[in-house]
Design a protein around this ligand. Structure first.
Ligand code: PTJ
Length: 249
């Protein structure tokens, strides 16, 4: 986390307030949709109950996700308005370390927002950002929500989708793609259809996937072990249990 808000890091709500600030700034910049503010509020409630930490099952999921990204033929990291506002530099770094493409892919799609997000990612070091061509379609979704780049998400075998809408997550799964989903609600449809559901805040999840990828890079056996060792149903159950037992203080 960084210095983009005037708050001491010792403040007990530092991370949460910084996150809110970034989402607000994302709306002001034309990156994040107003619905993104609502989605953030929902996520915060789950994160509070999780104890605002990466639980062990989420760390396992992050390791498995790193392994899938590294061993893919063609991996794509999908970027929406919330992800771009919260972790732009971290997404660029993850793509670099794993060799994945970055593709802007929006639920509430407008050309202006796609351009603004692509530009923001370039400001954070991205050299090639997909999502502007939109010459591919996800079958089973209405026209605007189905748009992807044919040589990006359209051709990918592994897709990382943070904070994805349930319909689209389901449709991507039906295309036979390995889906890695980051979502703080373990019983959202997106988490339930994912090959690897990551129940963690995106601000912690992305840097941790990158760190795992650094450790697993160049070691196909360790990558396969991380994939084989991960069980999606157990991870979702562990997250739900942690939330149900969560402390409201
Ligand atoms: O930028 P766009 O147009 O693609 O729109 C993005 C949003 C997120 C607005 C859109 O995809 C949407 O409406 O999503 P939902 O259906 O509200 O789902 C968002 C999910 O992400 C919810 O289950 C939240 O709990 C979860 N979530 C919210 N903030 C975070 C989160 N998960 C991880 N980290 C977060 N910071």
């Amino acid at each position: 986390m960084s210095e983009d808000v005037d708050l001491p890091e010792s403040h007990p709500r530092y991370e949460s307030l910084l996150t809110r600030h970034r989402i607000e700034a994302g709306v002001d910049r034309g990156i994040t949709s107003r619905q993104g503010l609502i989605a953030q509020g929902r996520g915060e409630a789950f994160d509070y109950l999780l104890g605002e930490r990466t639980i062990d099952s989420a760390d396992d999921a992050e390791r498995a996700a790193a392994a899938h990204l590294l061993s893919a033929d063609h991996a794509v990291v999908s970027v929406n308005g919330n992800a771009a506002a919260l972790v732009p530099g971290e997404l660029v770094e993850l793509a670099e370390v794993t060799g994945a493409d970055l593709e802007v892919n929006l639920f509430n799609r407008t050309e202006e927002r796609i351009e603004a997000i692509a530009e923001y990612l370039r400001e954070h070091g991205a050299t090639d950002v997909k999502g502007l061509t939109a010459d591919g379609r996800i079958p089973g979704l209405d026209h605007e929500r189905a748009k992807v780049d044919a040589d990006g998400i359209g051709a990918a075998d592994v897709v990382l989708v943070p904070l994805e809408d349930g319909d689209r997550a389901e449709a991507l799964g039906e295309m036979g793609k390995t889906e890695l989903v980051i979502d703080l609600n373990p019983r959202s449809r997106s988490a339930e259809v994912a090959t690897v559901p990551i129940v963690d805040n995106i601000i912690r999840a992305i840097p941790n996937i990158t760190e795992h990828a650094r450790n697993l890079r160049g070691d196909p056996d360790a990558q396969q072990d991380a994939i084989d060792a991960f069980d999606a149903d157990s991870a979702l159950t562990a997250a739900e249990q942690t939330i149900r037992e969560g402390d409201l203080e």
